[in-house]
Design a protein around this ligand. Structure first.
Ligand code: HEC
Length: 118
C-alpha cells in the first residue's frame, strides 16, 4: 500500500514537472528590463544582463525581489564587496571593469527591486 502511494506521488511530481516545463518562461519580460538612466542601462546591457536576466545562470534574477531579499539582508556593502571580488560563478566586477562603486550600487538596487517571478 505504502509503495503504491509512493509511486503515485512520484507520478504526480512528474506530471507537475512536465506542466511546469510546458509553461514558457517569461524571458522577453526578463530580458527587456533596463535601468531608467541610459548610461547605466548601457553598463547593465553588456555585463549584469548576461547572467542576471538568464535563469540558467544561477544568478538572482533582475526584478525578482524575493530572490534578492536574503542577500540584501546582509547589507549593500556586502553585496558591493562580492560584486567587486566576484562570487561563485560571478566574475569580479560582474564583467563591468569600468563600473564605479556608485554604478555597482545603482545596478544592484535596480536588479533587486520588482515582482518579476521567472
Ligand atoms: C557571468 C555571470 C554574471 C554576471 C555577468 C554578473 N553576475 Fe552577479 N551573480 C552571478 C551569479 C551566478 C550570482 C550568484 C552567486 C552565488 O551566490 O554563488 C550572482 C550574484 C550577484 C550578487 C549577490 C552577491 C551576494 O553577495 O549575495 C550581486 C550583488 C551581483 N551578482 C551583482 C552583479 C552586478 C552589479 C553585475 C553587473 C555589473 C553582475 N552581478 C554581473 C552571475 C553574474
Amino acid at each position: 500500500m505504502l509503495r503504491r502511494c509512493g509511486w503515485f506521488i512520484c507520478l504526480g511530481a512528474l506530471l507537475l514537472a512536465a506542466c511546469g516545463a510546458e509553461a514558457p518562461p517569461d524571458r522577453a519580460r526578463l530580458e527587456a528590463q533596463r535601468p531608467a538612466d541610459a548610461r547605466l542601462a548601457g553598463l547593465y546591457e553588456r555585463s549584469c544582463l548576461l547572467c542576471h536576466a538568464r535563469p540558467e545562470s544561477g544568478a538572482p534574477l533582475t526584478g525578482h525581489a524575493a530572490a534578492w531579499a536574503p542577500r540584501l539582508a546582509r547589507g549593500m556593502d556586502a553585496l558591493l564587496a562580492s560584486s567587486r571580488q566576484g562570487l561563485g560563478a560571478m566574475p569580479a566586477m560582474g564583467l563591468c571593469a569600468d563600473c564605479s562603486d556608485a554604478d555597482l550600487r545603482a545596478l544592484i538596487e535596480f536588479m533587486s527591486k520588482g515582482d518579476h517571478t521567472p
